[in-house]
Design a protein around this ligand. Structure first.
Ligand code: TYM
Length: 328
C-alpha cells in the first residue's frame, strides 16, 4: 500500500465489524496514519468523561495491533490543522452533495435539532485525508459514499487551484466489508445498536463471545452453506470465520456442511476468541501503561503535525490566503 490514512471514532465500543472492515487492514509502515477521530465523535454528543476514556481505550487498541512504531497513531483534536482545513474544504463542498449522504439522511436531515457538525462530518473526513497526501483509505463498505464525495472535492480543488492535494481511493475488503448484526443479519453490525447481543465487542470476555455467537440468529434448515440472500445469518458467520482464519468461505463450508449449526457456531466462536482474546488482553495491558501510551501518541502527534501543516500551508497559498511574513 502507498500512503494510508484511516480513522475510527471513540464513540461506543468497537466491535468485530470494525476489526474486519477496517482494523485488520492496517499495517505499521511509515507514511501510514491511524487517527482517533475524537472531533467526529462529538457529533454523537458524548458525555465528556466517557469520551476522554474511550479516546485512550481506542489509542491503546491501535497500539496493541502493533501500530504507532513506524506509522503514526494520533488523536485528531491534537493536530489543529484538521479543524482549519475543514473550513477551507467546507467552502468547496456543496450543500447538495452533503445532503445526498445516506449517513446524514438517516441521522440528521429534516431534524432542526441535529447539529451542523453532523452535516459537516464528511468535510472533516476530507480534511483528515487530504492533509496527508494519501493514496489509500482502508474502510468498511459504509464509508464508500463518503470517500466518493472526498474524491470529488479533491478533484474540484485541484481543477480550481492546480494540483494541490492527492486524490485518495477507498480500499474496502471484498469479504467482510460489511459485517452484519448477530440478532438481525439483514442490518449492519453497529456501535449504536442498543442490543448488546447484536455484536461481539473487542472488549468481550471469551465466555461472552461464545455466548453471543451461539445465540446468533440463524436461518431455517440445517445445512451450512453460503447464500447471503437465502441464508444471511449463516453466511455472515461464514464470512467472519473465513476472514479471521485467513481461509476461504468454501473450505469452511466443506468442513461444516453436514455437521449442523451447533458444531459450526462453536467453531466460529473459537475462531473469534482466537483473534479477539489476545488483542483484548494486549490492549488492556497497554491502556494501563499510560506513560508509554502517551509517549507513542506524542510522537504520532509531532509527525502528523509536521506533515499536516506543510499541506495546509500549500493549500492556503494556492487559494490566495496571505501567509505570515508575506511569503508568496
Ligand atoms: P467508525 O468509528 O464509525 O467506524 C470505523 C471503521 O469501521 C468500519 N465499520 C464496519 N466495517 C464492516 N462491517 C461493519 N458492520 C462496520 N461498521 C463499521 C467503518 O467503515 C470504518 O472504516 N467515518 C469513519 C471515521 C473517519 C475516517 C476518517 C475513516 C473519520 N475520518 C478518514 C477513514 C478516513 C467511521 O465510520 O468511523
Amino acid at each position: 500500500m502507498g500512503r494510508v490514512f484511516s480513522g475510527l471514532q471513540p464513540t461506543g465500543e468497537l466491535h468485530i465489524g470494525n476489526y474486519i472492515g477496517a482494523l485488520k487492514q492496517f499495517t505499521d509502515q511509515s507514511g501510514h496514519y491511524y487517527c482517533v477521530v475524537d472531533l467526529h465523535s462529538l457529533t454523537a454528543e458524548p458525555d465528556p468523561a466517557t469520551l476522554h476514556d474511550r479516546t485512550l481505550d481506542l489509542a491503546a487498541l491501535l497500539v496493541a495491533l502493533g501500530l504507532g512504531r513506524k506509522s503514526c497513531v494520533f488523536i485528531q483534536s491534537q493536530v489543529s490543522a484538521h479543524a482549519e482545513m475543514t473550513w477551507l474544504l467546507a467552502c468547496e463542498a456543496r450543500t447538495g452533495e452533503l445532503n445526498r449522504m445516506t449517513q446524514f439522511k438517516s441521522k440528521g436531515r429534516n431534524r432542526p435539532q441535529s447539529s451542523v457538525g453532523l452535516f459537516l462530518y464528511p468535510v472533516l473526513m476530507a480534511a483528515d485525508i487530504l492533509l496527508y497526501d494519501i493514496e489509500e483509505v482502508p474502510v468498511g463498505d459504509d464509508q464508500r459514499q463518503h470517500l466518493e464525495l472526498i474524491r470529488d472535492v479533491a478533484m474540484r480543488l485541484n481543477s480550481r487551484y492546480g494540483d494541490v492535494v492527492s486524490v485518495p481511493k477507498a480500499v474496502i475488503p471484498k469479504l467482510g466489508g460489511r459485517v452484519f448484526s448477530l440478532t438481525d443479519p439483514t442490518q449492519k453490525m453497529s456501535k449504536s445498536d442498543p442490543d448488546p447481543m447484536s455484536k461481539v465487542l473487542l472488549t468481550d470476555s471469551d465466555q461472552l463471545i461464545v455466548k453471543k455467537i451461539k445465540a446468533a440468529v440463524t436461518d431455517s434448515g440445517r445445512e451450512v452453506s453460503h447464500d447471503p440472500k437465502a441464508k444471511p445469518g449463516i453466511s455472515n458467520l461464514l464470512e467472519m470465520a473465513a476472514v479471521l482464519s485467513g481461509e476461504s468461505v468454501a473450505s469452511w463450508v466443506e468442513r461444516y456442511r453436514a455437521s449442523g449449526y451447533g458444531a459450526f457456531k462453536q467453531a466460529v466462536a473459537d475462531q473469534v476468541v482466537a483473534v479477539v482474546g489476545p488483542l483484548r488482553d494486549e490492549a488492556l495491558r497497554i491502556r494501563r501503561d499510560e506513560a508509554e501510551l502517551e509517549r507513542i501518541l506524542a510522537s504520532g502527534r509531532e509527525r502528523a503535525t509536521e506533515q499536516a501543516e506543510r499541506r495546509l500551508v500549500a493549500v492556503k497559498r494556492a487559494i490566495g490566503l496571505h501567509l505570515p511574513g508575506g511569503h508568496p
